[in-house]
Design a protein around this ligand. Structure first.
Ligand code: COA
Length: 381
């Protein structure tokens, strides 16, 4: 029997065992499939990371080729799914996350049977196609067909722009996708595992996870971070811009975290990746990266001044904005691109849940009325 002790937001409640990622919020360390993030993210292809999460080891060269081919063969989405995504893109009020939810739900049309393993690959493979199709139609063009000869990350950028991306752009995006592929039992991953635990199918579980990710408390900060950076880049004065925000009682986007009390390890990995990208790519604006560094420094100092003792440090979203902007992902797609990465973790969590499944079913503490007596409608006031 449980107790009636209320754990609001399920904070610190452990409800699953996982070998996919381990977060140490005090030390600022993140392991993905046992590897320190800073080793895995800049070196692995996204396909290698997705394989690692499914198989608990890195693939051999032959296994990687086979896995890559399998994923590449699943990139096209059914016409009816494409029509639904197109309808979302043509409706101004539907965001990229709405389109991703609609597209994800329609992927059951692409399969004959429900099979967790096959569904998990289909979802990972098709997410970039959905987001890119939305973007092409939203910006007045036509969807670009996926190219099976390109890597997962390269093909995503290709479908967004219709042009083959540079190596630096692909490496930058791939580092991002690896860095955010999994992060313990966050709200969307918990949602996916809860749905999987009912032995529903993976398309349903992942559609629910997209719904959870859409909320601004989960995946919504990089857009506002980019706005700040573009404004500061123009004005050249980070400190007074940020001070104004704090004086107006606003939060500085890209800082603070529920779990980390030190700089988010993903921020370090993404900052290094952004630095390399802006130095290497001829289209990258090194001065913009300098603005980001100055803004981060000013923000951390100001947060220590305004919120002493709160340990507010840089989180993943700050350098997500810097890196994704650099590699050419439009601001409107930042959250959906997070989904393109995180679906690798969500699907692996669902498979892990099913290995030794037990229905996730917590309790609530009843605080409503008791002892009421039925009143016929004519007698109610
Ligand atoms: N800017 C200014 N103040 C901040 C802040 C920020 N980014 N983040 C937290 N604070 C302040 C709060 O106002 C609060 O101060 P108070 O006690 O004087 O009222 C204190 O720090 C603790 O905040 P709280 O909301 O309890 O922390 P949390 O652990 O629940 O919040 C976040 C975590 C991520 C929601 C929060 O840090 C935030 O809103 N950050 C900005 C949005 C963002 O970058 N989100 C992406 C997260 S990956």
């Amino acid at each position: 029997m449980g107790t009636d002790e209320l754990r609001e937001g399920l904070e610190n409640v452990v409800v699953a065992e996982t070998r996919l990622s381990r977060i140490d919020g005090e030390a600022g360390e993140l392991l993905i499939g046992g590897y320190p993030l800073e080793e895995l993210a800049p070196n692995a292809t996204f396909e290698e990371t997705a394989f690692l999460l499914r198989n608990d080891r890195l693939p051999t060269a032959d296994e990687l080729d086979e896995f890559r081919e399998r994923l590449a063969s699943l990139r096209s989405i059914p016409d009816a799914a494409l029509d639904a995504v197109r309808a979302a893109a043509e409706d101004e009020s539907e965001s990229a996350m709405d389109a991703l939810r609609i597209g994800a739900a329609s992927l059951s049309l692409a399969r004959d049977d429900e099979d967790p393993e096959a569904d998990s690959l289909l979802l990972v493979a098709a997410f970039p196609t959905i987001v890119a199709a939305y973007w092409r139609v939203r910006s007045g063009g036509e969807p670009v067909d996926p190219r099976p000869d390109l890597s997962h990350a390269a093909n995503y950028l290709y479908m967004l722009t219709g042009e083959e991306p540079s190596e630096a752009e692909v490496r930058g995006l791939e580092t991002y996708l690896n860095a955010v592929v999994d992060h313990g039992l966050n709200a969307s991953t918990f949602t996916a595992r809860t749905i999987a635990s009912t032995e529903s199918d993976l398309v349903s579980a992942i559609t629910g996870a997209v719904g959870a990710l859409k909320g601004p408390l989960h995946g919504g900060a990089p857009g506002p971070v980019l706005e700040t950076l573009l404004d500061v880049h123009e004005s050249g004065d980070a400190e007074s811009y940020l001070r104004q925000q704090l004086d107006a009682g606003e939060r500085l986007m890209g800082f603070g975290h529920r779990v980390y009390r030190v700089r988010d390890p993903r921020a370090a990995v993404l900052s290094d990746a952004a630095e390399r990208f802006y130095a290497a790519d001829s289209s990258g604006d090194e001065a913009f990266f300098e603005t980001a560094l100055e803004t981060e420094e000013a923000a951390v100092d100001l947060l220590a001044e305004y919120k002493p003792g709160r340990d507010l440090e840089t989180n993943v979203e700050f350098y997500t904005a810097v890196l994704l902007h650099g590699v050419g992902v439009p601001r409107e797609l930042f959250s959906a691109t997070f989904g393109v990465a995180r679906v690798g973790g969500w699907t692996a969590h669902c498979l892990e849940q099913l290995e030794d499944n037990r229905l996730i079913r917590p309790r609530s503490s009843y605080v409503g009325a008791t002892g009421r007596e039925w009143t016929p409608i004519e007698a109610r006031e």
